[in-house]
Design a protein around this ligand. Sequence first.
Ligand code: IMP
Length: 178
Amino acid sequence: MSYKLGEVILSRDTIARRVKEIASEITNDYSKNDSVLFVGILTGAAFFLTDLVRELPEDLDIKVDFMSVASYGSGTKSSGVVRIFHDLKGSIEGKHVIVVEDIVDSGLTLSHLLGILQQRNPASLKVCVLLDKYERRKTEVKVDYCGFRIPDKFVVGYGLDCANQWRHLKDIKYVIEE
Ligand code: IMP
C-alpha cells in the first residue's frame, strides 16, 4: 500500500495561534515561584514542545527534557504496555511536570506512561496534547491542555509521521491510502 498527502486539516497559522493560546493557559495556571518541567515524548512532540515553550514568558522557570517510548503491540494497534527507550535525565520527585505529546489516540500509551511517571512522585503531573482523536479513546486519559480535537483520520506534519515520513511539513495534512 502507498500513501499520498491529502488536504490541509490545520494550517501553520492556525497551529501557531493555538500554541500561543495554550502557552497563556499554562502561564495562568502556574505561579512565578513554580519550576515546571516539560517532558516531550519523542519524536513527534519535539516540534510542538519547542514552539510551545518559546511562547512562555521569560521569567517562568522552565526546564525541558525528553523521553522516547514505544508501545508494544501488533501492527498499528497500541497495546498500552510501554517500553522506555530513552528515559529522563533526572528525578521528577517534587516537581511540576507537564507531559507533552503530539496526539492521543486510544490513550493506552499515554495512560501507561503517566502511571510510570506518577510512581516517581512528582508534585503535579499534567498532560498537554496538540491533537486529540477523542473518538478512538479506549482508556480515559485526563488531558489538561489540548490543541485541537480531530476526527478519526490519519494525519501527518508538524512532527507527526507516517512511517517516519512527512514530519517536517509546516501544516498538518490528511494522508490518503492509494
Ligand atoms: P495511542 O494513544 O496509545 O493509541 O497512541 C498514540 C500514538 O499513535 C501517537 O503518539 C502517535 O505516534 C500515533 N498516532 C496516532 N494517530 C496518528 C496520526 O493520525 N498520525 C500520526 N501518528 C498517529
